[in-house]
Ligand binder design. Structure first.
Ligand code: AMP
Ligand code: GLY
Length: 423
């Protein structure tokens, strides 16, 4: 099978690495890809905003299956257009991608289908939102409705902070994404991410992961796209996974189908494990980055038939096998990230890799013979181990062999799980 992978991050490098191991794969193309992905795929320049250009490319090259990494092309309807052209696509329709594209849409779905989540209200103006915040009190959570690159959420510890966040949204800090605001009850507990494939009528649980959103050690400083992750997330016991499937994933799948938007793709459920059990914080409609990197390290099955079954409604015919090992990834980011960061610094050396120790590329590029950093998150240094402590030690040992002066990383990825192992 000829496959086209869309995207250019560490997530897509991990997907390309895993897809390239499939005996079912004839040829892998990636658009736009990155230097790491180039080891596994032919990189192609495509205008991804032009869905016709993508379809024309697929027809020309005999591509039967497109795997979409990031959310933006899905929200823009790339999967709809590919499917209409008779090309299978891993990723939901634009209507189903609203699960990620609109927090209000997801909250309304939860209310309608009785899915556990924080109590909430939607607002289109600041005075009403602030009045609600004053009535509810703090802590409370303010969310821009639309896609805001992970930055549209404020967990406000005081009413003043919440009101300032409401002003930011309505004054345009997140552009159109902030034209509507969701105010949500603060959920107290431990977070975990749960990944589950869905073909519209069958859901196939994949695995759990935990990421580290804050830039600094000890989970301090501003939020980022994720500074590291590990899988599995020890908080997600088999009993909690079963509850998550029954109480959150299955009602979502049924609800989406009932509303006329059957969901085909991966549910990436952000959960809070509260005293009551699993509650939904949010859905994403694509793999997490860097969560995907640790999932791919642990997936023992061939990825290609899983994603293809998801896209073609045959998920009831496949199974996913996982290694019991822990995988852990540390993100190396350019100095300054998540603020303005340096670009163009040279990555002088990358370590030797093996099947269980990998450096995935995110924001890198080739300049002549040199590998340079071009993005905020640049490398994902990933290893496996029997325990989180072992995976962590191996990932940092690998990372210490990277010769790149322009970057930094957190030194404590996995700390919560390591503390749990030691307890
Ligand atoms: P989101 O973009 O919705 O995942 O939110 C970003 C982060 O904000 C989450 O990973 C949580 O750490 C936090 N968060 C979001 N909603 C809530 C909530 N209702 N209660 C507590 N923390 C939350
Ligand atoms: N690491 C979080 C995300 O991909 O949204």
């Amino acid at each position: 099978m000829n496959v086209l992978l869309i995207g250019s991050g560490g997530r897509e490098h991990a997907l390309a690495w895993k897809l390239s191991q499939s005996p079912l794969l004839s040829k892998l193309y990636a658009a736009p890809g990155n230097p790491g992905i180039a080891d596994h795929a032919e990189l192609v320049k495509l205008d991804l905003d032009s869905h016709t250009a993508v379809i024309d490319f697929c027809r020309l090259m005999g591509v039967e299956f497109v795997v979409v990494g990031p959310e933006a092309p899905l929200v823009a309807g790339l999967a709809d257009n590919l499917r209409a052209a008779g090309i299978a696509c891993f990723g939901p329709s634009a209507a189903a991608a609203q699960l990620e594209g609109s927090k209000g849409f997801t909250k309304d779905l939860c209310a309608r289908f009785d899915i556990p989540t924080g109590a909430y209200q939607r607002f289109n103006n600041a005075p009403k939102a602030k009045a609600y915040v004053r009535a509810e009190g703090a802590p409370i959570v303010i969310k821009a409705d639309g896609l805001a690159a992970g930055k549209g959420v404020t967990v406000a510890m005081t009413v003043e902070e919440a009101c300032a966040a409401i002003d930011d949204c309505f004054e345009g800090a997140f552009g159109a994404a902030g034209a509507e605001v969701v105010v949500e009850a603060f959920l107290d507990g431990e977070e975990a991410s749960f990944f589950c494939l869905c073909d519209g009528k069958t859901a196939l649980p994949l695995a759990t992961a935990q990421d580290h959103k804050r830039v600094g050690d000890g989970d301090t400083g501003p939020n980022t796209g994720g500074m590291g992750a590990y899988s599995p997330a020890p908080v997600m016991t088999p009993a909690l996974i079963e509850r998550t499937m029954k109480e959150i994933i299955e009602p979502t799948m049924r609800g989406m189908a009932e509303m006329g938007h059957p969901f085909q793709g991966v549910f990436f459920a952000g959960l809070m494990i509260t005293a009551k059990g699993p509650e939904l914080i949010e859905y994403n409609v694509r793999f997490g980055d860097p969560e995907c990197q640790v999932l791919m390290m642990r997936l023992a099955s061939d990825l290609l038939p899983l994603l293809h079954a998801c896209a073609t409604g045959t998920l009831d015919q496949v199974k996913a096998e996982w290694s019991d090992d822990v995988a852990l990834t540390v993100v190396m980011a350019a100095n300054g990230y998540p603020g303005a960061y340096e670009k163009g610094s040279v990555i002088a050396h990358l370590p030797e890799e093996s099947l269980d120790a990998k450096v995935f590329h995110a924001g890198t590029a080739r300049q002549g013979d040199a590998l340079v950093a071009t993005g905020g998150r640049v490398l994902n240094v990933t290893a496996t181990g029997k325990t989180v402590l072992e995976a962590q030690a191996r990932a940092y040992a690998l990372l210490d062999q990277v010769d790149w002066k322009g970057g930094f990383c957190r030194r404590d990825i996995g700390w919560r799980a390591v503390a749990r192992e030691k307890a």
